[in-house]
Design a protein around this ligand. Sequence first.
Ligand code: CU
Length: 307
Amino acid sequence: KVVEITLPIIEKKMQIDDEGTEIWALTFNGSVPGPMIVVHEGDYVEVTLQNLPENGMEHNVDFHSATGALGGGALTKVLPGEQVVLRWKATKPGVFVYHCAPGDVMIPYHVTHGMSGAVMVLPRDGLKDAAGNPVAYDRAYFIGEQDYYIPRDEDGNFKKYDLAGEDLAESLDVMRTLTPTHVVFNGRAGSMTGDNALRAKVGERVLFIHAQANRDSRPHLIGGHGDFVWEGGSFNDRPDTNMETWFIRGGSAGVMAYTFEQPGIYAYVNHNLIEAVMLGATAHVVVDGEWDDDLMMQVTKPGPIVS
Ligand code: CU
């Protein structure tokens, strides 16, 4: 099958936390991350990459799931107002990052301004556990983790800019420290907490597809486990089981499958807890269903120490 996808590139100002911090984001399809493209092994992906005329920069796309020509990066450079069509064959089942890579410092600059997404290439016969039994799932969440490097003014406040690209020199200075000012899921702090929390029910199996185009991460589901984890993202590999925390290498995507057994609010975090709590890398899953006292119960309420 040929799966046709139009991917507009949109340079746009976005708010990245509740304090009003802004970035002129460079996006695929107007969001950070860009959309996850889902196909089956053996399909052809035909991407129309459009650099919208309002944009100011050259862009392209490197698909880690594709073979040859810098993942398509060498064949997809487009200036504002141009489009290009690239077709590649999805030969490797798994999850993969795609990102902009226009050359030199513009590669990390574009990626740290939001320009990445993911591809999931499903095996024809579905996901399997280590014994070869099918692993079905009820829901799939795409968690695109993004590190931002926002310049500050003399007073330590995050700077704002009038145009995309105006922050280039100052952003590169912050990027050289390798210390992000924000590490967030799906574009901004709080994108999946509170009213925006993900939802599931007890008994449902959920896929957590986690992508990070630039920097290492270590996902953990607080109160749950990684029942099945394809850590490196290849569905040809046997999944690890019952992991507490797994690793997503910068420049890769991985998949975890979990069946919820208790109701409540779960936090899905990057378990560098500074990044989770202080820089933004936290999502919540609100799970409905019946509590199981056998798995956990509060035997007595908090009270004075009994000696
Ligand atoms: Cu770009």
